[in-house]
Design a protein around this ligand. Structure first.
Ligand SMILES: [Zn+2]
Length: 363
């Protein structure tokens, strides 16, 4: 009767086993779900991103070149890049062409001009000292949303410090004064910073080195005619040139099975990979100012490091090549914050030239 006992045991144990399997599956699913929500930074939409070049030009004319990401974050919250007044700047004192009433500006470029001038004035009034002077930037943003009187009022009543409470009090006070149902948007500064803080930690302060010693830029980051948008920076220093780690890092992923110089347009080696077409590549995980950055270096001829390896800044990680989807020997560098599998998307996307290049000593 031994087999009977075994069957009985199985019958008793089966439901317990099934429940355990179920619990495991559920636990794994919820883990996956957590992973997909954690660290996904709020990113500027492609429509707003398409204004980057224009914003850069106008910002430069106004001495605001350091604040391009802030301007784009404002645009994101104001309009998500839609309409003829993407900066919602028609009520600004700098609008001299169109009536000073909501949505009156009919020209997106003019909206950007007025918006930048207004924001510049707000930053100045709020005493903003640097691109990461968040406390004063919040005050400036409050002023961009509420208008000029806000900063004065904040100084008198809240020691000049922005808080959601202060913004809410100001908003209801003004609504009452104007006889309106609502005045401005109290959490506005936080909404903008939600986007801006994804970028503002990038100072180009020389913490990172360029991965090639001598190079030319063969294709810049940003909008381009070839394919609409270039998600990385292409540099070339000659076939076989060593590629160096820009910072201390952990080697997150490598791939090394493509022909070192067999690349061509439409070559998707390595196939069945999140970075299909990247050729031989190294992806580094870099911790920087409390953020995690994933940097990928593509189209290599040779890879010198292994997954999981901790490496120091300046260590050779591979050599420039022409592997994968590449028409000539070059290095494609692409950086995403908080996401290791977001290639060719805007998610956490960072302009490598901002991070890797040393800031010019202009000011
Ligand atoms: Zn590229």
């Amino acid at each position: 009767m031994k087999w009977m006992r075994r069957i009985m045991l199985l019958i008793v144990l089966m439901p317990i086993l099934l429940i355990m399997i179920l619990v495991l599956i559920l636990a794994r699913d919820s883990l996956d779900m957590n992973n997909s929500t954690i660290d996904k930074p709020a990113t500027i939409s492609p429509l707003v991103e398409s204004y980057r070049e224009t914003v850069q030009e106008i910002a430069k004319e106004n001495g605001m070149e350091d604040y391009v990401d802030l301007i784009l974050s404002v645009m994101q919250v104001e309009s998500a890049g839609t309409g003829n007044d993407p900066m919602q700047a028609s009520e600004s004192q700098y609008n001299e062409k169109f009536p000073r009433e909501p949505n009156a500006i009919m020209d997106p470029i003019y909206s950007i001009e007025v918006g930048i001038k207004d924001l510049k004035n707000c930053l100045k009034q709020a005493g903003v000292k640097a691109i990461d002077d968040f406390e004063n930037i919040k005050v400036a943003l409050g002023s961009y949303n509420f208008g000029n009187g806000f900063i004065e009022w904040l100084r008198k009543n809240y020691d000049g410090k922005w808080s959601l409470e202060a913004a809410t009090v100001f908003s209801s006070m003004m609504a009452e004064k104007m006889g309106w149902t609502a005045y401005g948007d109290p959490p506005y500064a936080n909404k903008v910073l939600n986007y801006y803080s994804q970028y503002s930690f990038i100072c180009g302060d020389g913490d990172f080195i360029m991965p090639l010693k001598d190079y030319v830029v063969t294709s810049a980051f940003g909008p381009r005619d070839l394919d609409g948008f270039h998600y990385g920076l292409d540099i070339a220093g000659g076939y076989g040139s060593y590629i160096y780690a820009p910072a201390d890092a952990k080697v997150h992923k490598v791939s090394r099975n493509c022909m070192p110089d067999g690349g061509f347009y439409g070559n998707y080696c390595p196939l069945h990979d999140f970075a299909s077409g990247a050729g031989n590549y190294v992806q580094l995980e870099v911790k920087y100012k409390d953020k995690i950055l994933y940097m990928i270096f593509m189209h290599m001829s040779d890879v010198f490091v292994e997954e999981g390896q901790e490496i120091k800044k300046g260590r050779a990680i591979g050599a420039q090549g022409q592997s994968g989807n590449s028409t000539g020997s070059h290095l494609h560098i692409e950086i995403h914050q908080g996401c290791d599998s977001c290639l060719s998307t805007q998610t956490g996307l960072i302009d490598p030239s901002k991070l890797l290049q040393k800031k010019e000593q202009s000011k």
